[in-house]
Design a protein around this ligand. Structure first.
Ligand code: FNR
Length: 413
């Protein structure tokens, strides 16, 4: 209603309501390497496409005369009342699209009471985001570092920042085969982007003071090295390149980060260590197999996010919407099951809830909002998701989230 009323007063939305147009417009204003990093998926991007296609296999079957005059989209998750079944997925390296980066997202999320999951690869420290959120909900997402001290330190800081859950992302022990990034040979982390949680961490800072164990990089200078230097100079115009060369510490921080950020050797038993670090709910992100859901229950995990990282890790992986039903069956309502990857509107969220998800997370769309109109852009994208969902729910004949069930849907033919 607000959007229509604003329209009468000549105030139009700052960002596109249609999510495809939103992406197209964001592409036009973003640096090509930023758009490639954010929009891209792994391999041939089949899983990215499958995430969307899966939602189309099911159709909502609206019910009539259900008295939907008063609609309630709230739910309680880990003891906190939330206004809607939406959360913001953790997305790293947001400084590629906006100078305010994570802080702008935090402000927008807080204005709507939507939980923001702080990324381990954020461009601003979690303390800076928490500081602008009042007591609005936030969670922290962890990549399991090679250093358990660093893991413990991140978790401690998250507790101090008022985070109400720790999300452990399991699917990124290594970066996927991301073709768009590979084609332009660009990875933001190599420029020291997206490592603010590390550089602001006391344990990481101590690690920087230790002698550098990186191999000696003295090599013969070849034409290839010269070409690489020219590309670097072009990337940092003015004296940016020379400043970068002189400041040895950031370079060291990047090297240390690359050496420690993730530990592909972690196993289920490592979760015990995390349990000793915190009493906050532990949520596993990246679960796709029902047997892993069962193991998560066996290990006392408090929640799951069914996710394939927006199709950015294993091309050919199952879509999250297809993976959901088996996981729901195994979990049998013992813990909340969230879903992300491919949510592009209220109807997708409704369908996920109808199959048994507790809530859903949104990734790329809010980043496009950020690219186009900063905090206001994120706010509008989120508000649109929430309004679209509320209308879909009501028009489908449901007054609240608990009335949404499998009977609201049928398989498309
Ligand atoms: C991500 N994602 C992600 N996940 C995570 O646990 N930690 C992170 O730092 C990041 N970083 C990140 C960067 C970018 C640019 C993207 C697009 C995604 C994955 C993210 O949390 C989420 O799973 C997906 O984005 C959801 O899919 P959609 O909504 O983008 O399709």
């Amino acid at each position: 209603k607000q959007i229509y009323l604003n329209g009468f007063a000549g105030i139009l939305p700052k960002v596109e309501i249609n999510l495809q147009s939103l992406e197209d417009h964001a592409r036009a204003v973003m640096r090509p390497e930023a758009f490639a990093y954010i929009a891209g998926g792994a391999g041939n991007e089949h899983t990215m496409a499958a995430n969307r296609a899966a939602f189309e296999k099911f159709r909502i079957v609206p019910r009539m005369l259900c008295d939907v005059g008063a609609r309630d989209t709230t739910l309680t998750l880990f003891g906190k009342k939330l206004p809607s079944p939406f959360l913001l997925s953790p997305v790293g390296v947001l400084e590629m699209v906006s100078a305010d980066a994570d802080v702008a997202v935090a402000r927008a999320a807080a204005a709507l009471g939507v939980p923001y999951i702080f990324s381990n690869q954020a461009s601003r420290p979690m303390e800076a985001c928490a500081a602008v959120m009042g007591d609005q909900p936030r969670w922290f997402q962890l990549y399991w570092s090679k250093s358990n001290d660093l893991v413990a330190s991140f978790v401690q800081r998250a507790e101090k920042c008022g985070c109400s859950a720790i999300v452990v992302t399991l699917d990124t022990t290594m970066l996927g085969w991301r073709t768009r990034d590979l084609e332009i040979a660009y990875l933001p982390f190599l420029e020291g982007k997206g490592i603010a949680q590390y550089t602001s961490d006391p344990v990481f800072q101590r690690m920087l003071d230790e002698p550098d164990d990186a191999p000696d990089l003295k090599r013969k200078v070849t034409w290839r090295t010269v070409r690489g230097l020219i590309r670097m100079v072009n990337r940092y115009p003015g004296d940016g390149f020379f400043r970068k060369l002189r400041s040895g510490r950031p370079v060291k921080a990047v090297r240390k980060f690359i050496a420690t950020y993730s530990n592909p050797c972690t196993t289920w038993s490592d979760l015990r260590f995390l349990r000793t670090c915190t009493r906050l709910p532990i949520v596993l992100k990246g679960i796709l197999h029902p047997d892993d859901a069962r193991k998560a229950l066996d290990h006392g995990v408090d929640g799951l996010i069914v996710s394939n990282h927006g199709g950015r890790q294993v091309d050919g992986a199952v879509s999250t919407f297809e993976a959901l039903p088996d996981i729901i069956r195994v979990v049998d309502s013992k813990i909340p099951v969230l879903l992300d990857s491919g949510i592009r509107g209220g109807a997708d969220a409704f369908k996920a809830l109808a199959l048994g998800a507790t809530a859903v997370c949104i990734g790329r769309p809010y980043v496009y909002g950020l690219a186009l109109a900063g905090q206001q852009g994120v706010y509008e994208v989120l508000r649109n998701f929430m309004a679209d969902f509320e209308l879909t729910m009501g028009l489908a004949g449901c007054k609240n989230l608990y009335e949404i069930d499998q009977k609201s849907m049928k398989v498309a033919f």
